[in-house]
Design a protein around this ligand. Structure first.
Ligand SMILES: NC(=O)C1=CN([C@@H]2O[C@H](COP(=O)(O)OP(=O)(O)OC[C@H]3O[C@@H](n4cnc5c(N)ncnc54)[C@H](O)[C@@H]3O)[C@@H](O)[C@H]2O)C=CC1
Ligand SMILES: O=C(O)[C@H]1O[C@H](OP(=O)(O)OP(=O)(O)OC[C@H]2O[C@@H](n3ccc(=O)[nH]c3=O)[C@H](O)[C@@H]2O)[C@H](O)[C@@H](O)[C@@H]1O
Length: 525
């Protein structure tokens, strides 16, 4: 991981934004040349704008923490304060054990913290001091009321916005970093203007974040693009130019694109929807592969070589997880329905439904291969995070699978290299059900390593694609020796060399490849 930071430092940094030692950043009069503004004349935002000296980020989560740590790291002349109401989270950001696991994050935070990067629970002080405020709070799916199950709960965005209006004593640029429905910036503007002190002006920008967990630091260091949406007014363009300068501390100017606010907001939902749609498409094809004898990895490879399709995001899996894909698509579904576009809503909804189907389908394959019953059997679940290189479990397919296995009365032993034990219990407990953990513990245990998880098990189910689970890393002969026979492996992530583990003696069932073992209906024909 240490290699990321020096690599980053070697990037060419825009000379226009580099201050000489001792030089004070000016607050006015800077001009940003050559920012690409789609649907506007290119030179349109080469206008006077303030230079940002102090940034506050509201929300010290998976986005606010890494993003603003990188901004501070790249802009030593800007003071960056990340604030959060969650005192435990802030304490962790100020400790040696950061609250989130992300390769390369430790180095970035430790090189900057206490210099120009600060973590605090003092939201008011952060707002007061800042020229520019990122709103990077959570926007979960609503669980109650109108739009429940689909619409985004904008309560956290609204309360952060109201706080800014209440506290600010000078003009602020307020930046939507959270993923929000189209036209949220308008609501934020109403709230700010209705509550602002006299002569205080707020400019609202949309600056969605495209980082993926597990690769957040390299995504932030080398983004495909930085997107800034603003009103097409002189003030709006000026605010966009100020934020563009912050990113130009390390991102090439031609990768910083500006556009209107609503396009920017919608682009974020659209990007996530398109990415998730690719996974559901390949997963739908994986079902056809299993039924026909085709191999999904070969099909992905063949399709991905077409430059119009490209090879990324075509890896079949037990289903996509993570806090955003499902939430953002459901948000798009709700938006489409609100706009009286039921066919559009149904189209995107199918991406989520296919994902649910994939998890059920994989579970059915496990049950069917294990002679149609899991009762009393031990299943070792390898991986609980929603993807490798993160400890995040939000919407992890492993949660759904473990719950299905529990319903089938299996005993489950879970191993994940980064997920905290307390998180597993939280994820398996129904919200609002008191003391359920003790009952769950009768059926589910957490193992200290994969060998312990697999000992005495009937089957291993690979839910997360951690490199640690590859046959080149784990001693599968040792694992095989410790398991009940026949010993099954269900590879939900296509990470194993099936031939090699089959040679050890395992019965290997891989997503997107035809079934290899005991097909009851055929055998009894
Ligand atoms: N997790 C990810 O990889 C990505 C997330 N996003 C979007 O970024 C936003 C944030 O996501 P995460 O960082 O994952 O969420 P998170 O849940 O990890 O962090 C949000 C933080 O905001 C804090 N917060 C909420 N209301 C607050 C308030 N009024 N004042 C101060 N702090 C407050 C919470 O305590 C929490 O620590 C969401 O809209 C998400 O869709 C966008 C790109 C990637
Ligand atoms: O808005 C967000 O929150 C972020 O959502 C995703 O990032 P993330 O969810 O962190 O991780 P991804 O790498 O996209 O993986 C999402 C899920 O899809 C699965 N996946 C991914 C790729 C693939 O080919 N197949 C597949 O099953 C992963 O295992 C994981 O469960 C997007 O990739 C980011 O650009 C976006 O900023």
């Amino acid at each position: 991981m240490a290699s990321i930071v020096p690599k980053l430092e070697s990037l060419a940094v825009s000379a226009a934004n580099q201050l000489s030692p001792g030089e004070e950043p000016s607050r006015a009069g800077a001009v940003t040349p050559g920012i690409k503004r789609l649907s506007r004349p290119l030179g349109a935002i080469d206008i006077p704008h303030i230079t940002i000296k102090s940034i506050c980020c509201i929300g010290a989560g998976y986005v606010g923490g890494p993003t603003c740590a990188v901004i501070a790291h790249k802009n030593p002349h800007i003071k960056v304060t990340i604030v959060d109401l969650n005192a435990a989270r802030i304490a962790a950001w100020n400790s040696d054990e950061l609250p989130i696991y992300e390769p390369g994050l430790d180095e970035v935070v430790k090189s900057t913290r206490g210099k120009n990067l600060f973590f605090s629970t003092d939201v008011d002080a952060g707002i007061l001091e800042a020229d520019l405020i990122f709103v990077s709070v959570n926007t979960p799916t609503k669980i109650k009321g109108i739009g429940a199950g689909f619409a985004a709960d904008l309560g956290y965005v609204e309360s952060a916005t109201r706080k800014i209006a209440e506290v600010a004593k000078s003009d602020k640029i307020v930046v939507e970093k959270s993923t929000v429905p189209c036209r949220t910036a308008q609501s934020m503007r109403y709230i700010l203007e209705a509550n602002a002190k006299p002569d205080i002006h707020f400019d609202i920008l949309s600056n969605p974040e495209f980082l993926a967990e597990g690769t957040a630091i390299s995504d932030l260091f080398y983004p495909d693009r930085v997107l800034i949406g603003s009103l097409d007014t002189e003030r709006g363009r000026s605010a966009a130019a100020s934020l563009a300068d912050v990113y130009a501390g390390w991102v090439a100017r031609d990768q910083i694109i500006t556009m209107n606010l609503w396009s920017s907001e919608l682009s974020k939902l659209a990007a996530n929807a398109l990415l998730a749609q690719r996974i559901s498409s390949i997963n739908a094809l994986s079902a056809i592969c299993e039924a026909t004898g085709a191999d999904i990895d070969e099909v992905s490879y063949a399709c991905g070589l077409d430059t119009r399709i490209g090879p990324k995001f075509l890896k079949a899996s037990v289903g996509f997880g993570g806090s955003c894909f499902q939430k953002d698509i459901l948000n798009l579904v709700y938006l489409s329905e609100s706009l009286h576009l039921p066919e559009v809503a149904a189209y995107w909804k199918q991406v989520v439904e296919m994902n649910e189907y994939q998890k059920r389908r994989f579970t059915n394959r496990v049950i069917s291969c294990l002679f149609n019953t899991l009762t009393g059997k031990k299943i070792a679940v390898f991986g609980f995070a929603f993807k490798k290189d993160t400890g995040d479990t939000r919407e992890s397919p492993a949660i759904t699978l473990v719950n299905y296995f529990r319903e089938e009365k299996a005993y489950i032993s879970i191993y994940d290299p980064k997920v905290e034990e307390s998180q597993v219990w939280m994820d398996l407990t129904e919200p609002g059900v008191v003391d359920e953990t003790e009952a769950i513990k009768k059926q589910v245990s957490i193992a200290a390593n994969p060998y312990e998880a697999a000992a005495g098990a009937d089957a291993i189910v690979i839910c997360t694609e951690w490199n640690d689970f590859r046959e080149t890393v784990l001693d599968y002969e040792r694992i095989y020796a410790s398991m009940k026979k026949p010993a099954f492996i269900f590879d939900g992530r296509l990470i194993l060399d099936a031939k090699k583990v089959t040679q050890i003696g395992f019965k290997v069932e891989t997503i997107g490849r035809p079934r290899t073992t005991f097909v009851q209906s055929k055998d009894f024909e």
